[in-house]
Design a protein around this ligand. Structure first.
Ligand code: CU
Length: 133
């Protein structure tokens, strides 16, 4: 928690609260997403820096799992400073479920940007906030 000490107390308290809530596996709520194309939901499992990103891709209209899509996850640090990291492809592990490891190298607030391109070439994006602490 060393980095928290460098910030004013209200921010440190807010961060500590968010970090406490963020412990363990959480189903993430999308901060933004495409209005058309496949529906994306995501979960980041594990603790510490090395996590597993799990993404579910469904048909927006009928909820059916979408198989054979190209799915990537990209980590973006948003606080205490901005940093962008590489896109990593996720692998389909069951119908419409894609997963892969992602290393979040620093404590702080991050956004996981998920990009999906289905077999017809239709693209969908969603962003999920997560705290690494
Ligand atoms: Cu950083």
């Amino acid at each position: 928690m060393q980095f928290v000490k460098r910030y004013p107390i209200p921010i440190a308290l807010a961060l500590a609260g968010v970090i406490a809530l963020g412990a363990g596996a959480v189903l993430l709520t999308s901060k933004s997403s495409s209005s058309s194309g496949p529906k994306i939901s995501a979960d980041v499992k594990g603790k510490g820096y090395n996590r597993t990103v799990v993404v579910q891709v469904k048909d927006r209209k009928n909820g059916a799992p979408i198989r054979g899509a190209e799915v990537t996850a990209q980590g973006q640090m948003t606080f205490p400073h901005a940093m962008n990291f590489i896109d990593k492809p996720l692998r389909e592990v069951s119908s419409g479920t894609y997963r892969g490891p992602y290393t979040f190298i620093m404590k702080g607030n991050w956004t996981v940007n998920v990009d999906v391109v289905d077999k017809k070439g239709k693209e969908s994006k969603a962003s999920f906030p997560i705290v690494i602490g």
